[in-house]
Design a protein around this ligand. Structure first.
Ligand code: SAH
Length: 396
């Protein structure tokens, strides 16, 4: 096995179990390695630090599979890691009755570059690093064995693969997708999941608990759901007794699924739902100009800041939508506002929201700090990543 020797002092973050080796930390590679090959990582003084996947094209030159220098990185290793990840979800009481669950959350489950979501009998897998790519067969076999699923569908079409020199790859890698549209039941509401053409793996499972809270808060309120995708928050609001729900997204196909989702749930009053295909930034201004107001507003935008380098521009975008959110709220209204930008931490996000409230001239307090559901854990030593943060803020 080739040896990846670090510069002096650069072992420190690995000793804290941070799983990435950046280009600037690498002194030299002793021996030859192809993308995805396993390398032995050693400190400047030769001290062994663990084993990692080699990613020569990426600024993240290596991702740690293990911090135990003697662990073999082989088929059995992936089978074990996948089984452990699946078992963690299976024994979590909040996830016990869910048909849509994230089974593997990358670094946080010790599998950098691997995402796997289960939707009923189908598992969707996304591989985003050279190491994950190399071990595709072992990972898929592990998922099949640990879940007993009927099909595994690959959605490795994320842009981040380009940073690893990898092209897109999609399609069934085990079994066959069912003929009929795939559905899950989330908090009592049936939702269609388009694993082939939907965003990411097909559905944003991380917001499950926050969607439930929206349902609980929605009773008797008029609701505005911005960046609604297939209507997850909208349907929970309807189920929770909202008097009206206006939902906005720029994606026509997502709104088509959203309308089908209402039809899948005859217990809901479709007459209370209004769907709008529009750019949220423009739509918020138009709603303000029309004098519309709401009792509960959800803002769940795509990530505006993929990394810290984009934080400034992203902060302005967050400020803008939150400002208009506050301006459109009735007295006593609640804003549920989120960011999934790796480049914006909770502290900065709270500052932006506080600035927006102050500019809107409202008196606001935090009701709840919101995070991702239990199947989206964050590794303690993983400072970066698109983890979800949010605030439920009530105005006076
Ligand atoms: N809240 C959703 C997930 C939102 S994902 C859920 O619970 O499932 C972000 C959504 O924002 C996507 O559906 C995308 O189509 C939409 N989007 C991105 N930019 C937008 C814009 N400027 N205006 C309106 N929608 C936008």
């Amino acid at each position: 096995m080739s040896k990846l020797v670090l510069n002096p002092g650069k072992e420190r973050s690995l000793l804290r179990r941070h799983p990435w080796v950046f280009a600037g930390s690498v002194a030299r590679l002793e021996g030859r390695a192809r993308p995805g090959d396993t390398v032995e990582v050693v400190a400047d003084d030769g001290r062994p630090l663990g084993r990692a996947a080699w990613s020569p094209e990426s600024q993240i030159r290596a991702r740690m599979w293990t911090f135990a220098p003697d662990t073999s990185i082989d088929h059995a290793f992936f089978k074990r890691r996948v089984a452990e990840s699946v078992a963690r979800r299976a024994t979590h009481p909040l996830l016990a009755n869910e048909s849509g669950v994230r089974l593997i959350h990358g670094e946080s489950d010790g599998l950098p570059g691997v995402i796997a979501d289960r939707f009923g009998d189908v598992v969707v897998v996304q591989l985003t690093s050279a190491g994950a790519e190399k071990w595709r067969d072992a990972i898929v076999a592990g998922l099949v064995q640990a879940t007993g699923c009927k099909a595994v569908y690959e959605r490795s079409d994320s842009d981040v693969r380009k940073l690893e020199g990898l092209g897109p790859q999609t399609g069934c890698v085990f079994g066959e997708l069912p003929q009929d549209a795939l559905t899950i039941v989330e908090n009592g509401v049936r939702m269609e999941v388009d694993v082939v053409a939907g965003h990411k793996t097909g559905f944003y499972l991380d917001q499950r608990d926050n969607r439930r809270l929206t349902g609980l808060l929605a009773d008797g309120r008029s609701v505005l759901n911005c960046f609604c995708y297939t209507g997850g928050f909208s349907l929970q609001a309807l189920a929770g007794g909202a008097t009206s729900v206006l939902s906005i997204d720029s994606s026509g196909p997502a709104l088509d699924v959203a309308r089908r989702n209402v039809a899948l749930n005859p217990q809901l009053d479709a007459g209370r739902a209004e769907w709008m295909e529009a750019d949220v930034f423009a739509a918020l201004r138009a709603l303000k100009a029309e004098g519309r107001t709401f009792d509960l507003i959800v803002l769940d935008p795509p990530k505006f800041a993929p990394s810290a380098a984009h934080a400034d521009r992203a902060a302005r975008a967050y400020k803008d939508i939150n400002l208009f959110g506050f301006r459109l709220l009735n007295p006593g209204g609640i804003l549920m506002t989120y960011s999934c930008s790796g480049g914006i931490g909770l502290e900065l996000f709270q500052k932006i929201v506080a600035g927006a409230a102050s500019d809107a001239g409202v008196d606001a307090r935090i009701l709840h700090r919101l995070s991702a559901a239990a199947d989206h854990p964050i590794g303690l030593a993983v400072p970066e990543g698109e983890y979800l943060k949010g605030l439920a803020v009530q105005i006076g």
